[in-house]
Ligand binder design. Structure first.
Ligand SMILES: [Zn+2]
Length: 106
């Protein structure tokens, strides 16, 4: 297994996981509950981590992450929005709800 990406914000890790899975890359997220456990582990900052199960997918996975990060950097970030379907809070960088896949309202 290879660690591809980690970020303090689970929604971004989860979004990248869905991008990789859509490309047929098997992934796993670790430290999913890191934020709630952080108070108990004062000396270790643990972020949610995105891993690929097969080392042979590492290069392709990193390319997908890089493409995503480049697009994110190039796109003006809109305000956060609330999903009209499941009421999840979604960051402005996303045009779809990370939780249920609904499109952002306009
Ligand atoms: Zn939703």
């Amino acid at each position: 297994m290879k660690l591809i990406f980690d970020h303090i914000d689970f929604t971004i890790v989860g979004h990248l996981q869905s991008l990789l899975e859509a490309e047929g890359i098997k992934t796993e997220i670790r430290n999913l509950n890191a934020s709630s456990a952080a108070g108990d582990v004062p000396f270790t900052q643990v972020y949610p981590e995105l891993w690929v199960l097969h080392n042979s997918d590492e290069a392709r996975a990193k390319e997908i992450v890089k493409t995503y990060r480049d697009q994110e950097a190039a796109t003006p970030v809109g305000p956060d929005w609330t999903c009209p379907v499941c009421k999840e809070r979604v960051e402005g960088v996303f045009s779809e709800c990370w939780n249920c896949g609904a499109a952002a309202p306009n």
